[in-house]
Design a protein around this ligand. Structure first.
Ligand code: PLP
Length: 416
């Protein structure tokens, strides 16, 4: 049952009126991005013969080859590799990092610590067999400033060292309290770094960022980006997969890392799934807009109710993640319960906090998704510790996302 408290419904009607201009601006971004996507389909002559797919080795898979070109054009890159065999974002980013580094060189992260799951791949957590560190790639990081900006002076100083060959940036906040990095901030930093070091390779973790702005990191000088297809670019339709896009040589090396040197991107059966990947990227600008509207609406509602949100409802966005401080463990649990009960799948399940490996406190998660773990679908999670933050993202349609948020807030107020 969709049970929404009357006072919440009333507040929703008021809040929505304050968001008309904000939503209008988001629709404009969607139009721009849709135009770029549509032109990429047309220029690469996508036809239904692309959907046939292959089995076995997957040689001469027309759909796969055309989809790579479509992604490359959308991202303003020389080449792209879009594969079901890239099992998640971590896998795609890790392939990108292996492609962009060599033994003895320094990989420098300029957005502080990378996303949790990448730390093993880099070797930050110790020399794990097969990690970058295991193969002799050194790693350093420069923290973001307290306000979340890049530490420009420190970065420009550090890259004068010729051993620093690759710079890594994470666009999204991920599950941290820092804000997402805007494309214009990225553009300014990349331009300044390349003035000093034209040979520098810039790699960007683009997870959760695709289509939230009108340009992508590859439009502003990034050499290689990577992301997950069960987030933004899969448009909610991709059943699994990841992508990398950027300079041809780097994309080829990432393919060699995924398969085997010499096999590169020539193998990889699409198993009849190509249509979903094409249709997914076609839908993605629209679906990302629906997800953004959902979280902006949630932020505006919670601000009205006296909670702190980041980003605020009117703030610039470069990812689809919304953080809200729910203040008490009860609020966090009730909020997640409401999201779950408002989902199309597994709505009858009640999420409970649990001690997840790799976390220092119990974590609660709500997700009722068509595709396991797909966070372009409405989902929320949070660590059970002060200030009891919930991270909310996704929403395939604004109407359903909004209902989920209203369920969550009704559930939360019931406990007060
Ligand atoms: C989701 C995400 C990843 C990769 O996570 P997977 O679960 O492996 O897809 C990496 N970086 C950021 C910032 C992310 O949001």
């Amino acid at each position: 049952m969709i049970n929404i408290k009357e006072e919440i419904q009333k507040l929703a009607d008021e809040v929505e009126c304050t968001l008309t201009e904000r939503f209008w601006a988001m629709h404009k971004t969607t139009e721009q991005n849709t135009k770029r996507v549509l032109e990429a389909f047309q220029n690469n002559r996508v036809s239904d013969s692309c959907f046939a797919g292959t089995l076995g080795y997957g040689y001469d898979d027309k759909g796969r080859e055309v989809l790579d070109k479509v992604y490359a054009e959308i991202f303003g890159a020389q080449a792209a590799l879009v594969r079901l065999g890239l099992v998640n974002g971590t896998h795609a980013i890790s392939a990108a990092l292996f492609a962009a580094t060599a033994p003895g060189e320094i990989l420098l992260s300029i957005t502080g610590a990378p996303y949790d799951t990448l730390r093993d791949a880099i070797g930050i957590t110790g020399v794990r067999h097969g990690s970058l560190k295991f193969y002799g790639v050194l790693y350093e990081q420069i923290e973001l400033l307290a306000n979340g900006d890049l530490d420009e002076a420190e970065i420009l100083k550090r890259i004068t060292d010729e051993k620093v060959k690759t710079v890594f940036l994470q666009r999204s906040r991920g599950y941290s309290t820092r804000p997402a990095l805007s494309i214009s901030a990225m553009e300014s930093m990349i331009t300044k770094m390349k003035e000093k070091r034209p040979d520098l390779i810039v790699v960007v973790d683009n997870c959760y960022g695709e289509f939230t702005e009108e340009r992508e990191p590859t439009h502003v000088g990034a050499n290689l980006i990577a992301g997950s297809l069960i987030k933004n670019p899969g448009g909610g339709l991709a059943p699994t997969g990841g992508y990398v896009a950027g300079d041809s040589i780097l994309v080829q090396r990432a393919a060699a890392r995924l398969t085997s040197p010499g096999i590169d991107g020539e193998c990889g059966p699409t198993l009849g799934m190509s249509r979903l990947l094409f249709q997914g990227i076609f839908m993605a600008p629209h679906v990302v807009c629906e997800a953004l509207k959902t979280v902006v609406f949630c932020a505006a509602m919670l601000e009205k109710l006296g909670f702190e949100t980041s980003p605020g409802p009117q703030e610039h966005r470069s990812d689809i993640i919304q953080m809200v401080h729910l203040k008490t463990p009860e609020n966090l649990q009730r909020f997640c319960r409401g999201i779950q009960h408002g989902s199309p799948i597994d709505s009858y399940v009640t999420p409970e906090p649990w001690q997840m490996p790799g976390y220092d406190c119990p974590v609660i998660m709500a997700a009722g998704a068509f595709v396991q773990g797909a966070s372009i679908e409405l989902s929320a999670d949070g660590p059970m510790r002060e200030p009891y933050p919930a991270f909310l993202q996704g929403g395939l349609t604004y109407a359903s996302g909004k209902l989920g948020v209203l369920m969550a807030l009704s559930e939360m107020l019931d406990g007060q």
